[in-house]
Every structure is written in structure tokens, then in C-alpha cells.
Design a protein around this ligand. Sequence first.
Ligand SMILES: Nc1nc2c(ncn2[C@@H]2O[C@H](COP(=O)(O)OP(=O)(O)OP(=O)(O)O)[C@@H](O)[C@H]2O)c(=O)[nH]1
Ligand SMILES: [Mg+2]
Length: 493
Amino acid sequence: MSIFRTRPPFLQSSYSKDQVSTDIDLLECTEETEDDFMEHNEDILRTKHEEIEMTVKSDSKLEATTVPLTEESLRVSFQAQESFVLNSTVSIKLGIIGLGQAGGKIADEFAVCRLPGKEAATYPVLAINTCVADLQALKHIPESQQIELPNYRLGAMRQPELGYGAITQAGVLEDILARVKRVFEGVDHIIVAAGIGGGTGTGTLQVVCEALAERGFPVSTMITLPRDFDSVEEKKNAVDFLGTFQELIFNGAISSAIIVDNNLLFDRYIKRANSLGVDMDWKVDSNHEIVRIINEMNATTGLPSPTTFDGAELTKILSSGGCVTFGKAEIGLPDSALNETMALEIDDILHHGYLSNYNNLSEARFAGIQLLMPENMEFGVTMEKTVNDELKHQMPSLIGNYIGHAQIRGQKNLLVYTIVSGMGLPGRAQELSKLLQDEVDRINEAETKRTQFTSTEVSLKNPFQKGGRAKTSANPFAKEVVGGNKAKNPFSQ
Ligand SMILES: Nc1nc2c(ncn2[C@@H]2O[C@H](COP(=O)(O)OP(=O)(O)OP(=O)(O)O)[C@@H](O)[C@H]2O)c(=O)[nH]1
Ligand SMILES: [Mg+2]
């Protein structure tokens, strides 16, 4: 039996010509060797984990075990909110659906957001999971907004086909859609979030997105991609899924895709944790980062300004197909070479996105950029030209670009936000595919070694046969027996 069980047809990998698929050829193994595989795999992962921990300790001097986790450390490790958010509304009313554990936790983080002076949550959310314990662990999503997929109480065991089985049970989708209608009343756009790598999120994402799209909801997906040292299982699930996903984002079933590279967020967390001397669950921090950039982008486009990049334009970008990337930079003021600095920073944040890196910006179709500046600063023609030139230079085939600015009382530095849509998958997708291929090769090699024992044919001569006695006895205590005094077999006739 193969380690990775057969998956439903929609999860079969089918890369386009631009995407080099990993030709993974896992050796067939028996139930018995499956355990061996896991053991071996765990060894690889353990070693990798240790390597990383050592790197973390030696390179960035993060002392993981010495820092107590306190309320204080939790607070300082999160970057403080930009102050403009505290006085701003949001432009798009987003509804969030979290699938599986990762999706649920991201939705939980969205559920924390409040508009200034408002009691109600800014973003209505729903969490859907096979695992009851994961739902119960959510802190900000009331039970009425949690949906348990019946009959899979303990989760989908990282098997997307189980997640798929759970969501396609009779009546389940109808129940979800009824709940969506109730909770997401007045919502402009839905984001469906999941961690790709597990069973529930990976197996349910396509079904949920297509059901919503069929009923006319504009839907964007948000998926997290595994880190380097996440398991082979997670990488395999992710890489298989990405092949299908690529079709999904270009056939119009979903409006766009926000890809979260967990590896990137993890690296950033390590650097920040080191500089602040704190240690906490990097996932908590990463979820905060994800919500932060989307909420800030939504708030910048909600600011009153004569030349703002507004909510309608943000909606258009989010609905224009392909992958979406966000960027953010802060430029200290005053800056005597402001236009040059701005050009460099824009170039940097376009390529090094907040959630994923894209080196295929030439495929971009729409871009928006918002500058938040001090009240007394002017958005002059040269500044506008610098921004425009930079966008055109990096993305020559843009269909539309929206450039806006807002002057904010109390703002000290210049904040630059970018959002770009229309690209294919980020470089991390290909990187994951290669990483997986290498790891699978290693596993297959180990598997070959494990089963390559062949017994050497050894033929011992009978020392009791006449003239046939071996000259060199291995047993030093063996007595010299002269002649063939063979005991008579009492059973022979
Ligand atoms: N950014 C981020 N990623 C997460 C978080 N939790 C899990 N992940 C990643 O998401 C992927 C899927 O994990 P889960 O969400 O736990 O899987 P699931 O969808 O619940 O599936 P099953 O547990 O198999 O039922 C994994 O590769 C994790 O590394 C989180 O809180 N934040
Ligand atoms: Mg789970």
C-alpha cells in the first residue's frame, strides 16, 4: 500500500506547462514499512529541527528556553498597530471562513478586530472543522459561528480525502451555506482561509469556495504553505493541492488567492523574537501578521482623501483573478532624497511581499498603492511620477493601477502600502515542490536499503562425511573425530 493514499479526483495534481511538477515516485510499501517510514521521516525532521534550533541559537542568539512567556512578552512581540488604524474605518466589509485548525485560528484573529468606538467585531467569521477540540480552542469565535463537520471528531489525520469526505456528507454544505447567509449579511467579499498541508483545510477548501462562488459570493482564498522543516506529509499535500489550485484561480471559480508563505513569516518571527528577546508560538505571531496587513490595507482605503485609492478599487484588485500580494514600507522623514528612497522601497516591497515573495510580477494585472503621510506633506507631481514609473517599470503589463494618498494628523513617517494581483503562484510553490522531491528521494533511498538484504548462499560441508571434513573448524573446542562414526538413525530402516 502506498504511504499516500489515493485522493479524490479534484486533488490530483495537474500542473500547467509553467509549473514544473514534482514527479514523486514513492516506493510501494507494506503496512509494516509504513511505520518504518514514519520513524525514518521523523529522524530526518528531528535532525532538521535540531539544525534549525542550532542556527537559531548561534545565528540569532534566540534562547528559546530561557524566556518566560508573559503577557508583557506577548504584547511586545506583536508589532504595535499603526496609529491611523485606530481612527479609521474599513473600506470593504470582509467575511472570513476558517477551515481546519490554521484557517480557524486565522479567522479567530480576524474576529479580534474592532472599529474605533465599536463593540461589534469588524469582520464576521465562521470556523469549520472536523476536530471538535480545535473549535473549542478558538477564543473569539462564539459557538454559534463554529461548524463541526460530523463523524470525524478527531480530525482528518492530514488526509485531504478525509476532509473531502467530511464536507461532502449529505446536508453539510447546505448547513454551511445557511449559516453563511445568516452570519455574512451585508458582506462585500468573503475570504476562505486554510493551511494547506493538513486534511481538513486542504480537503474542504475547493468544495466550500465553489459552493460560495456558485451562489454569487465574491470569494478569495487564503492558503498557508508549509515551512522547510514541516513534514513530508504536509509538503506532499500542499504540492498536490497547488497543481489543482492553479486551475481554480484562473478559471474564475475564485476571485483571487492570497498565499501565505509560513517559511517567510517564521523567519521574520525568529528575527523579531531575537531582537526583542522573547519566545512565543510563532503561529500566533504569524496569524497576527496576516490579519494586520489585510486590516491595514482595508483601513488605508477607508481613509477620507481627495486622491485616495478607495474600497471599490481594492475590491476590483481582489476580484481580478490570480494571486494577490501585499507590501508595506515605512520611510523615515525628513529624507533629503525622498523620491529615490521611495523608488527603492517600492521596488523592495513589490518583490519581497508581506506574506509571500513574487519574482513573477511581469504577470501582474492590477496594482494599488497608498501613501500615508504627515498632514503638512504634499503629494507632488514628482512624487506621483516616481510611484507611477516604479509600478510601470516593475509591472509592464498592468491593466490598471490606482495611486492614492492620505494626509494624517499625527503621522510622523511616510507609510507605503502596495497590493498587486494577477500573478501565478509565488516562487515558494516551486521551491516546495523541489524540497519535497529531495526528501522523497531520500526516503525512497532509505526504503531501498531497508529491503536490499539478500542472504549469501553458504554451503557447509558435513564434517562427519568421509573425506568431507572441513580442515579449519571454527570451533576451537571441537574434538578431532577420526573416521565417520555416524550415529545410526534409529528411525531409518
Ligand atoms: N500560519 C499558520 N499556519 C498554521 C497554523 N496552524 C497550522 N498551520 C499550518 O497549516 C497546515 C495545516 O495544518 P492544520 O490546519 O492543523 O490542518 P487541518 O486542516 O486542521 O487538517 P487535519 O488536522 O489533518 O484535520 C500545517 O502545515 C501547519 O503548519 C497557524 O495558526 N498559522
Ligand atoms: Mg486539525
